[in-house]
Design a protein around this ligand. Structure first.
Ligand SMILES: [Zn+2]
Length: 262
């Protein structure tokens, strides 16, 4: 696919839309595990209860301006909020440059939204909520019925592969280490990803996510920032692997095949 021809106004519009949608995804990732409506009440400071003003609608800017503190009571605000917005804007922008104004944009932005919301929930609460994954899977599956570069079976197989590989790895972990290695949320997340990207890309996503997870674990252990048996959220690694595989999987596979043959 050719990158879309777009001027800087398109880039600015996509980034602004990503920031705005990212603040909604933050609300979803925080509230869904707590069983709070994502529509009502409006966002408030958890310390003083002060409602966020419309000028705080994109907290990334207020966060930077107010140096990470509530406007009213100066209580520190979690850096996860600006992180979620920045990640949404960045991933929306990358998807836009990859697929342009095509029907695939709905899949790409839907996938990016799922990956950001899952990352935020896993970092904050160490879980990936079923309801977020289910809603995303229904949206992505519906999109794939309408636009599918691969035959439909490839996407159904993708869902099975995304779930099945992690399920099997977890079984292996139970057998060898006598403990769960991979959470059910990770399996369901990768089922939804597989439904969106097909079986080849989801296998690549699992490979990249595992390599990233291993690298981060070694880094954290080596620098003493983590110890063995400590929980390391796997969701963000799988999310990063999924985005990389979705955006650049074909190029990576072509490069690898060319490199391994020559
Ligand atoms: Zn406050």
């Amino acid at each position: 696919m050719q990158p879309a021809l777009s001027g800087w106004t398109d880039d600015a519009a996509v980034l602004a839309w990503g920031l705005l949608f990212g603040s909604f995804l933050n609300v979803v990732a925080y509230r869904v595990p707590r069983g709070i409506s994502v529509i009502w009440p409006p966002s408030a400071c958890p310390h003083c209860g002060g409602r966020l003003a419309p000028r705080d609608l994109v907290p990334l800017f207020s966060y930077l301006w107010l140096r990470g503190r509530c406007r009213r009571c100066r209580a520190p605000i979690s850096p996860l909020y600006p992180l979620g917005e920045a990640l949404t804007a960045l991933t929306f922008w990358l998807v836009w440059h990859r697929v342009g104004p095509t029907p695939e944009l709905a899949v790409g932005w839907g996938l990016a939204s799922l990956l950001v919301a899952a990352t935020m929930a896993d970092l904050r609460d160490r879980l990936i909520p079923n309801r977020i994954v289910l809603a995303a899977a229904m949206f992505l599956g519906g999109c794939r019925l309408l636009t599918h570069p691969l035959p439909l079976e490839a996407y159904a197989l993708g869902a099975a592969a995304g779930f099945g590989v992690l399920y099997a790895l977890n079984g292996l972990s139970l057998l060898v280490y006598r403990q769960e290695g991979i959470g059910g949320g990770d399996m369901k997340l990768m089922a939804a990803v597989g439904l969106a990207v097909g079986w080849k890309t989801v296998l690549l996503a699992l490979l990249i996510g595992s390599l990233l997870g291993g690298a981060v674990a070694i880094l954290l252990l080596a620098t003493g920032k983590a110890h063995r048996r400590q929980y390391l959220p796997f969701g963000p690694m799988l999310a990063a692997g999924s985005l990389i595989a979705y955006l650049w999987g074909d190029a990576l596979i072509a490069w690898y095949l060319g490199w391994s043959i020559s």
